[in-house]
Each structure stands twice: as structure tokens, then as C-alpha cells.
Design a protein around this ligand. Structure first.
Ligand code: ATP
Length: 276
């Protein structure tokens, strides 16, 4: 209460020593979903830094769930670097009605919302300040008519900035998947993502290591391109499971390059999908 009387804003909660006892604590700040959304589970896919394969992991999970007949959506919370629509070959504009905005549907039925589906030209840059960007992400929850979904994945921008904070505070996130790579596994970076989820009282479901190795197509030897992995020790120390280790696989890159993420066949995460 003390902080609120002094005029602190809700976004100051993360890292505040009084967050637990203060009326503005994150649990009180959840936004209502659109009335046309009925979502069973929300999973945020996060990383300490960019380019480690968050979108690849998100799309792989979504594809496997679609194969199991589950209804799945992807909320692309990466407002300044949205990659999800292109991966799925979606270049259209989302449509709206009085009730809100309809997500676009990929060929396999995955429902997608991204800022790129709302811009006049998909190459238009988004040059907005942090609070505006955070507001758009919130609207993807409050104004998008997701319908009935078993799982909604939130593909986060890298790091622990404004948008992850907004998502954790405003959406009822059930769990977090951390994506990392061997060189990213400077344990500090993974720990930052882990500690943020902990602070926000959101369970960490596990870590996926990407770019773990490259398999020589001739002799089958596994080459540790980005150095030796330490993921097992770090996961053990943080007491979270390793959900999977993905090699650099040109087949996966090719499917995405062809904008056919709805055909992704990612064997490295097959066991992981049932742990979400
Ligand atoms: N295991 C892999 N094998 C081959 N290519 C991969 C693999 N994982 C990701 N890629 C490719 O690497 C590029 C970056 O991946 P992706 O867009 O998923 O990363 P990201 O973490 O979401 O990036 P950003 O931080 O920009 O959001 C993409 O072109 C993707 O197809």
C-alpha cells in the first residue's frame, strides 16, 4: 500500500520488495479475455536473447498439438520483430467485427494474431514506444476473438522487458517454456528468464535447447557447433526439466523458409509436447 500511496505504477511491481503485500500486485491486474475467447491453457515461450528459435519451438508445438486434434492459437507478442505469420505463409489482413478481431487461420487450423496481420504493408516498421507496444499485446488478449482453444502459445520478444512483464501481469499464463542455445547458456541469461517467471509466480515448464549440435550427413558425427552444452546441469540446479535438445536441422529451416510451418515435423520435441 505504501508504494501505491506514493504513486507508483503497476508496472513497477516486478522487482519491488513490497509487491506481495501491495494492492497493485500482479495477480490483481489480469485483463479479461474477449468474451468470444475460451482458452484452456496459456503458455509463454521465452528466451534470454534473440534468434535462439522461439518461433520455431512455438510453431513445432502448435503443429504437434494440431496433429493430436487440439485447438491451438499463437499470439505473436513480438511486435517489433514479428515472424509467425510469414512462417505460416499468412500475408493477409485480419478481419474484424463488432465483437473484436478474428485471428487468421493457418492451413492446419492454427489461429494466429500478430501485428503483421494488422499493418497495411507487412514490411512497415513498428516504431512505437514501449507502453503502446505493451498495449497492443494486451489487446491481442482482450480484443481478439480466439474462440475455443485448448492451448494458446504466446511467442514473446527476447529478454525480460516491457512486453514479457505486461504478458505475465495481464494474461493468465499457466506456464513458461524457456528456449536457449549452447552459447546462450551463459547460465545468467537462462536464470534471468527463470527468475522473472518465478517473481511473477508462473511455473517454468522446462527448457528447450536449440542448435545443440549438427549431425554430419556423411558420417553421422555430432558436432557441437556452439560449444558444449551445460543444459542438463543448469536444469538440475533450477529443478526444471529439459524438454528437448534440437540440432541445427536444415529440414526444419527449409520448411520455415518455404513458409509452411503447418507442415513442421520436429521429432526432437515429440516427447516434450505431452509435458505441456
Ligand atoms: N533447429 C534449427 N535448425 C535449423 N534452423 C533453425 C532451427 N531453429 C531455428 N532455425 C531458424 O533460425 C531462424 C531463427 O529462428 P526463430 O525465428 O525461431 O528464432 P526466435 O528466437 O523466434 O527469433 P527472434 O528473437 O527474432 O524472435 C529461423 O530462420 C529459423 O527457421
Amino acid at each position: 500500500m505504501e508504494e501505491q500511496q506514493q504513486g507508483c505504477s503497476p508496472s513497477d511491481c516486478a522487482g519491488c520488495a513490497h509487491a506481495d503485500s501491495c494492492g497493485s500486485k500482479p495477480e490483481d491486474m489480469k485483463e479479461p479475455a474477449n468474451p468470444f475467447s475460451h482458452i484452456n491453457k496459456v503458455i509463454a515461450v521465452v528466451s534470454g536473447k534473440g534468434g535462439v528459435g522461439k518461433s520455431m519451438v512455438t510453431a513445432s508445438f502448435a503443429r504437434m498439438m494440431r496433429e493430436q486434434g487440439l485447438a491451438v492459437g499463437i499470439l505473436d507478442a513480438d511486435i517489433t520483430g514479428p515472424s509467425i505469420p510469414k512462417m505460416y505463409g499468412l500475408h493477409e489482413s485480419a478481419k474484424g467485427s463488432e465483437g473484436g478481431i478474428f485471428p487468421c487461420e493457418a492451413k492446419d487450423g492454427t489461429r494466429i494474431m500478430s501485428v503483421n496481420l494488422l499493418l497495411e504493408h507487412e514490411s512497415d516498421p513498428v516504431i512505437w514506444r514501449g507502453p503502446v507496444i505493451a498495449g497492443v499485446v494486451k489487446q491481442f488478449w482482450t480484443d481478439v476473438m480466439w474462440g475455443e482453444l485448448d492451448y494458446l502459445f504466446v511467442d514473446m520478444p527476447p529478454g525480460t522487458g516491457d512486453v514479457p512483464l505486461t504478458v505475465f501481469q495481464s494474461l493468465p499464463v499457466d506456464g513458461v517454456v524457456i528456449v536457449t542455445s549452447p552459447q546462450d547458456l551463459v547460465q545468467m541469461i537462462v536464470e534471468k528468464a527463470y527468475n522473472m517467471a518465478e517473481k511473477m509466480n508462473i511455473p517454468v515448464l522446462g527448457i528447450v535447447e536449440n542448435y545443440s549440435y549438427l549431425e554430419c550427413p556423411d558420417c553421422g558425427k555430432k558436432i557441437s557447433v556452439f560449444g558444449e552444452s551445460h543444459i542438463d546441469e543448469i536444469a538440475a540446479r533450477l529443478n526444471i526439466p529439459v524438454l528437448g535438445k534440437m540440432p541445427i536441422d536444415p529440414k526444419l529451416a527449409g520448411v520455415v523458409e518455404e513458409e509452411k510451418a503447418y507442415e513442421l515435423d520436429n521429432p526432437y520435441l515429440r516427447d516434450a509436447v505431452n509435458k505441456l
